[in-house]
Design a protein around this ligand. Structure first.
Ligand code: NDP
Length: 450
């Protein structure tokens, strides 16, 4: 009898298993694919490695302005090398995850789990029992049901493509679509992004959305907004696409990044009384408790933001609740996040529209400029920074950036904003010179006040 069986060895599951074992619990984790889950294998980590790879192109282009001679005809990119090196790094991380679990005393069970009662997990024909069971099975890409769907790749397959096409179409307008459009374009693929709405990145600040669209277009990405994909047909070595506005496209690859659904099939949850939301996520209360007393769930499989650091934080809270002193609550406010397109987006707190909708009277500070690095290289890329401030309390409600290293820069600002910093405190903070980040503490003139 285990104290805890965790189903799924992704970011949240591994953290929960490890922390609980370190608290003295007897823990097993069941995993049917790979240790580390989406983040390590087909998400955050390999994506960021590809982003670095794509960014080398910009560095090479910028080199000449700094006196470096990079003979164009000798510069070549080899996709299989990038994939092989990425695979080696992922294998190294898989090994680290295994060692971390083993050294914490966690039993790793390989296979697919099925719950037969609230304390019993079957893996193949083996039966395991536990006082607590946590479902941390994550999410999986969804591709809308259109004719030719079987020709469409998702991010899962993109990480293992044998070769890069000359042209690609990315379908969707969220994190993954924007990031992969940037990777493909950076690696020299002629890329088109198709999004059904008027402007992609719904939910981000409107200035950020507009600015990012301008910058991605400058990078040569064809942005097709207000259309969607109706069908795909394979013909020879390429794909013919029919779009909702009646137009057609021919391309070498179609990738859908149209959202991710919770992975719950085959677990036998509903038969035990675990309820699902209409979206397919497992319904839990604020303590990750499902409708069945000893079954909990966390991470992408519940309806909270699908972000690794959120799953990690949830795991810490749940482990403490199950095997620690019981305290701890998740705080879903002020979750900073980045989209690793080029340039990056970094954001924390409320957008201008959200602040107004929440009843704040806001003062907006905004700055757009050419990063210093691009003065000599002549690159036309620009940077956007924006602060949303409450007029009455002077509290900074949100910070938003599009520009190099936005993800790195916003992490520090997230601490300040979570701590309730005011605009006056931003202003009295000494800048680090010369950086782009110092602009966040030197924006003095509001651009809007309403
Ligand atoms: P998102 O939910 O972010 O975006 C899905 C996109 O697909 C939206 O633009 C949506 O449009 C569109 N879409 C959904 N259904 C359809 C449809 N039937 N037809 C056409 N378009 C459709 O999902 P992603 O797959 O990009 O990413 C999943 C999650 O993973 C993210 O939300 C994020 O939490 C996480 N993630 C985080 C990253 C990071 O931190 N850097 C990187 C990658 C992923 P609409 O807006 O109109 O609904």
């Amino acid at each position: 009898m285990f104290d805890l069986i965790v189903i799924g060895a992704g970011s949240g599951g591994v953290r929960l298993a490890r922390m609980s074992a370190q608290r003295g619990a007897r823990v097993a984790v069941v995993e049917s694919r790979y240790l580390g889950g989406t983040c390590v294998n087909v998400g955050c980590v390999p994506k960021k490695l590809f982003v670095y790879g794509a960014h080398v192109r910009d560095e090479l282009e910028d080199a000449a302005g700094y006196g470096w001679k990079v003979p164009g005809e000798q510069v070549a990119f080899d996709w299989p090398t990038l994939v092989a090196n990425k695979n080696a790094e992922i294998e190294r991380l898989n090994g680290i995850y295994r060692r971390m679990l083993e050294s914490a005393g966690v039993t790793i069970i390989e296979g697919s789990a099925r719950l037969t009662d609230a304390q019993t997990v079957m893996v193949g024909d083996r039966r395991y029992q536990a006082r607590h069971i946590t479902v941390a099975t994550g999410s999986w890409p969804v591709v809308p049901d259109i004719p030719g769907k079987e020709c469409i790749l998702t991010s899962n397959e993109m990480f293992y493509l044998p070769q890069l096409p000359r042209q690609a179409v990315v379908w969707g307008g969220g994190y993954i679509a924007v990031e992969f459009a940037g990777i493909l374009a950076g690696l020299g693929v002629e890329t088109t992004l198709i999004y059904r709405g008027e402007l992609f990145l719904r939910g981000f600040d409107d200035d950020v959305r507009r600015f990012t669209a301008e910058e991605l277009a400058k990078k040569g990405i064809h942005l097709r907004f207000g259309v969607t994909l109706d069908s795909v047909q394979a013909e020879g070595g390429h794909y013919n696409l029919a779009l909702s506005d009646g137009s057609r496209l021919t391309t070498g690859l179609v990738m859908a990044a149209t959202g991710r659904r919770a992975l719950t099939e085959g677990l036998g949850l509903e038969a035990l009384g675990v309820e699902l939301e209409a979206s397919g996520h497992i319904r839990v209360d604020e303590h990750f408790q499902t409708k069945v007393p000893n079954i909990t769930a966390l991470g992408d499989v519940i309806g909270t933001p699908q972000l690794t650091p959120v799953a990690l934080a949830q795991a810490m809270v749940l482990s403490q609740r199950l095997f620690g002193d019981g305290g701890g609550e998740m705080d879903y406010q002020h979750i900073p996040t980045a989209v690793f397109c080029q340039p990056n987006i970094g954001t924390v707190g409320l957008t201008e529209a959200e602040a107004k909708a929440a009843g704040h009277q806001v003062v907006i500070y905004r700055s757009e400029f050419k990063p210093m690095k691009y003065t000599l290289s002549g690159r036309q890329e620009r940077c956007l920074m924006k602060l949303v401030v409450d007029k009455t309390t002077d509290q900074v409600l949100g910070a938003h950036m599009v520009g190099p290293d936005a993800g790195e820069i916003l992490q520090g600002l997230a601490v300040a904003i979570k701590a309730g910093a005011t605009k006056a405190e931003f202003d009295s903070t000494i800048g680090i010179h010369p950086t782009s980040a110092e602009e966040f503490v030197t924006m003095r003139e509001p651009v809007a006040d309403h």
